[in-house]
Design a protein around this ligand. Sequence first.
Ligand SMILES: [Zn+2]
Ligand SMILES: [Zn+2]
Length: 139
Amino acid sequence: MMVDIQTCKVKQCSKRFDFDKGGFDSSFGGYVCSAECAKKAASEAGRAYAIHDETDKIIETNADKINDKAGINLQKPPIRVKHSELKREGDSAFKSVCPACDDGMLLMRRDQHTFKLLNDDICILCGQHFIYEEMPNLP
Ligand SMILES: [Zn+2]
Ligand SMILES: [Zn+2]
């Protein structure tokens, strides 16, 4: 069993936690230990957050307050894309700007058991489902 210990990026918290058991990968860099800390980190960074359940359905977000694109593409059919042709978010090799809404992000997902990258993804903001025709060359 792999243990993935991360430190919460919210400075007042800085809790160390096992990422396999809980916590979130905040879309703007670093990990947070809880939904509460995800909200703090997002508001400190002036960014939107969206918290997903295991099926990637958005269960809570502040994006609708600052962005009317939240969830608008949830019911749309999947779009096939090449990861290499998407615009990268910042300097991340994984994260891409969502081509459907231009504000959301595709973070890439891993299989929970094998940790292999999955070939489909969901925008954290608009909820558009994407299928990668071509995957990045990453471990
Ligand atoms: Zn925390
Ligand atoms: Zn989107």
